[in-house]
Design a protein around this ligand. Structure first.
Ligand SMILES: [Zn+2]
Length: 468
């Protein structure tokens, strides 16, 4: 199979009005049915002219025919004790949900359009804002503007739909549960492997600055013996395993720097010893996935080449630096034959980039339908918590900062995706290091999360694995 570079759609005709009402409705209801068990197929949801069981106010008037990134400001509404922003809400004086006799209900805001807007990532597709790494910046998002990054707003919209559906059918629509023990929510523990043999450099510099020549010598010898503090993949797997969790490792298949000088891997995974090591991790229960190097988010053939360097089949990807060009990367993931991606979180802030705490199928703006591959949104990355460019939380601030987000995920039976780099298992890191990872897993374990990997999540969603 040959794969050329993919191009962003320009203002061509097929790109015009990619999301008419029927397309938005089908996309949103597909995810609603994935979130809740037993929503009957014959139950109709739609705009007033179709006289459905569940009537949705038609209030997006022309927004989706234009290409503006931002809709009018949302109204804040209360739902089950939580304030939530409601977009496309033209009648705030009316109740959000009206339960009607003879098995009907009405929602007085266009929750279908609002859910579609957030879940599809419309804002980043139509915004031209990008940061120095080519990413859509958190600062340009509606989540930042209206302050709801840690609230999975689409799950609240679905909860309103669920309440209406239960009234119409007279039956409970329960959130689907996780794993053999029917756990109330899930956690996906992942590690991006950027560096395996460079810890000695930073430690060595400190030793030299302090005039500790003997210590420098010991570090160098340890490095040459392959005992660098970051050469710790087996220890990472063991630490994760202590909690009954399975590590998913994302390996970089490119040891060369990017054109702008930014680093990719400091190791070469094609070396026979490294290949054997990956096989050993996989035999011990780890999932192996590809960590697309800089540039691959816009280059399917390069991504596929890097994936092919892995000694075991990779189903998933996450891009280095969380690179993601909304107009190209979904097509790249699909073309490279991947079943899932787990890149979509904001580097600058933990929370919900698509305002949703369950896996979903990204929207294809070119063809007006869902992609087959699954996005497993990334909720919290170690570097987000403590980094000069991101948050700078003290160690004892991390738990309290994350807990409300975890509670939201638990409330809706979602997946909590954690990214902890192997570098941050080195004991000298006391800011966002092994101790903070330990506390985080201790919390998730204590709340009864099912620890899952990408394969488990694909099975949960019924997503089939592409053949490549
Ligand atoms: Zn990386």
């Amino acid at each position: 199979m040959t794969l050329g570079n993919l191009h962003a759609p320009s203002g061509s005709t097929e790109f015009h009005a990619p999301a008419p009402p029927a397309v938005r409705l089908a996309y949103v209801l597909r995810h609603f049915r994935l979130a809740y068990a037993a929503v009957p197929e014959e139950l109709s949801v739609g705009y007033p002219e179709t006289h459905p069981h569940l009537e949705i106010a038609d209030a997006a008037s022309g927004f989706f025919q234009a290409k503006a990134p931002y809709p009018p400001a949302p109204n804040w509404r209360e739902w089950q004790g939580q304030q939530i922003p409601v977009f496309f809400d033209l009648t705030p004086e009316k109740p959000l949900l009206e339960l009607l006799p003879s098995n009907r209900a009405r929602i007085h805001a266009d929750l279908i359009s609002a859910a579609f807007y957030l879940l599809s990532g419309w804002q980043e597709y139509f915004s031209a804002e990008r940061d120095q790494h080519g990413r859509f910046p958190y600062a340009a998002s509606v989540q930042q503007r209206y302050g709801f990054v840690a609230v999975p707003v689409v799950n609240y919209y679905f909860d309103i739909l669920r309440t209406a559906v239960e009234h119409i059918t007279g039956q409970q629509a329960l959130a689907r549960r996780w794993g053999a023990n029917a756990a109330p929510f899930a956690a996906f523990i992942t590690h991006d492997i950027d560096n395996c043999q460079s810890a000695w450099k930073s430690e060595g510099k400190a030793a030299l600055r302090g005039g500790q020549i003997a210590r420098f010598g010991r570090l160098l010898v340890r490095r040459l013996q392959g005992r660098d503090a970051w050469n710790n993949l087996e220890e990472v797997q063991a630490e994760t395993g202590r909690w009954g969790a399975k590590s998913t490792f994302f390996f970089l298949g490119n040891p060369r720097r990017a054109a702008n000088g930014t680093r990719n891997a400091d190791y070469d995974l094609t070396k026979p010893r490294f290949q054997q090591r990956i096989r050993n991790l996989a035999s011990a229960g780890a999932e192996v996935a590809t960590h697309g190097s800089l540039g691959t988010a816009q280059n399917a053939s390069q991504l596929q080449q890097e994936k092919a360097k892995l000694p075991v089949a990779a189903l998933g990807a996450r891009f280095h630096y969380l690179s993601w060009e909304p107009r190209q990367t979904p097509q790249v993931v699909a073309a490279a034959g991947l079943a899932y991606d787990s890149t979509l979180g904001f580097a600058e802030h933990f929370g919900f980039r698509n305002s949703y705490c369950l896996p979903f199928h990204p929207f294809d703006f070119e063809y007006g339908k869902a992609f087959d591959f699954l996005e497993i949104p990334l909720n919290v990355m170690d570097t987000t918590l403590h980094h000069p460019n991101y948050l700078q939380l003290a160690p004892d601030e991390i738990g309290p900062a994350l807990r409300p987000m975890f509670e939201q995920i638990e409330r809706f039976g979602g997946v909590c995706t954690v990214l902890w780099h192997n570098e941050n298992f080195a004991p000298q890191n006391q800011k966002n290091g092994p101790r903070q990872f330990h506390e985080l897993l201790h919390y998730l374990h204590g709340r009864g999360a099912a620890f899952v990997n990408g394969t488990d999540i694909l099975n949960w969603s019924g997503t089939t694995t592409p053949k490549s």
